[in-house]
Design a protein around this ligand. Structure first.
Ligand SMILES: C[S@@+](CC[C@H](N)C(=O)[O-])C[C@H]1O[C@@H](n2cnc3c(N)ncnc32)[C@H](O)[C@@H]1O
Length: 273
């Protein structure tokens, strides 16, 4: 995972001016939480919060949010603190594999980021969610990359023109490939002014069936899935379903602690006392 800090810090500098304002995507995520859990105020832990726009939207909606971000994107996230105050929003710059937080949360979210590193890394994170962070009746909402759509983009090259009026100051090139053996999207970017300085993110993708296998033994289970904001009946036949095959590059997994997860929480609580 040695590419992570450099990739998100550098892309953060390319896009922060244009993308660090609160928008429809952030408000849509709040609606998704309300759809799944109801709209009563909750304690929310957001993992990998980037510029903090979604965390700010949750705080605006009355939730109490702690948001963690590895890179200097956290500096943009801190811009929301003055308006919202520390009771409603806390931004922690740190690594969610090692960070610790006071108390437990009704909801843990990870928007558009799950899949960095190996399956073992993913499991390590899921176990922390189950054992250390979630309340026993809590819910985790995790965006998961859909391998079918990322695979269909293999070989695509895109030139993104600069648009200084909208805050995009760099002309960028993107090259997408897909590793079908490991179900990993390989997403390479460079500034056309510096073609020798390329950066690549590698994103492990999981179908819902693969996610269920990944979750085994982590203390979390797949309670549901939303695609494009709409709940999906996972027990139905989805043969030929265009939404899954072509339209949605990620889906929202709704995860809940299993009884085994609750036992691990109890064991950890006693060892902390
Ligand atoms: C694809 S971005 C998505 C950002 C934000 N969630 C959003 O939807 O706009 C993934 C984010 O997760 C952060 N991240 C990745 N690994 C992390 C870690 N171990 N600890 C904290 N943040 C991490 C990255 O720095 C990056 O900002």
């Amino acid at each position: 995972m040695d590419w992570v800090e450099d990739f998100y810090s550098r892309t953060g500098r390319w896009w922060a001016e244009a993308e660090s304002g609160l928008g429809d995507r952030d408000r849509g995520r709040v609606e998704r939480l309300h759809r799944v859990c109801g709209s009563e105020p909750r304690r929310v832990l957001e993992l990998g919060c980037g510029y903090g726009t979604t965390a700010a939207a949750f705080a605006d909606a009355g939730h109490q949010v702690v948001a963690v971000e590895l890179t200097d994107r956290a500096d943009q996230a801190k811009a929301h603190l003055e308006r919202l105050g520390p009771e409603r929003l806390q931004i922690v710059r740190g690594d969610f594999y090692t960070a610790t937080f006071a108390g437990r949360f009704d909801t843990v979210t990870y928007w558009n980021g799950f899949g960095i590193g190996s399956d073992a890394d993913q499991r390590r994170l899921l176990r922390r969610i189950a054992e250390e962070w979630l309340e026993p009746d809590g819910t985790a909402l995790v965006d998961v990359y859909n391998p079918l759509v990322w695979a269909s983009w293999d070989g695509e090259v895109e030139l993104l023109q600069a648009n200084p009026e909208r805050g995009y100051h760099h002309e960028l090139q993107q090259h997408l490939t897909f590793d079908p053996v490991t179900a990993t999207a390989v997403d390479t970017w460079w500034d056309t002014a510096e073609p020798e300085r390329r950066i690549t993110q590698r994103l492990r993708c999981y179908t819902p069936a693969d996610l269920r296998l990944l979750l085994e033994g982590t203390g979390l289970a797949l309670a549901g899935v939303l695609v494009g904001g709409e709940p999906v009946d996972l027990a139905a036949d989805h043969t030929g379903d265009a939404a899954w095959l072509r339209d949605h590059y990620e889906y929202l997994a709704v995860l809940e602690p299993t009884s085994e997860g609750a036992r691990a929480q109890d064991a950890r609580r006693y060892s902390e006392e």
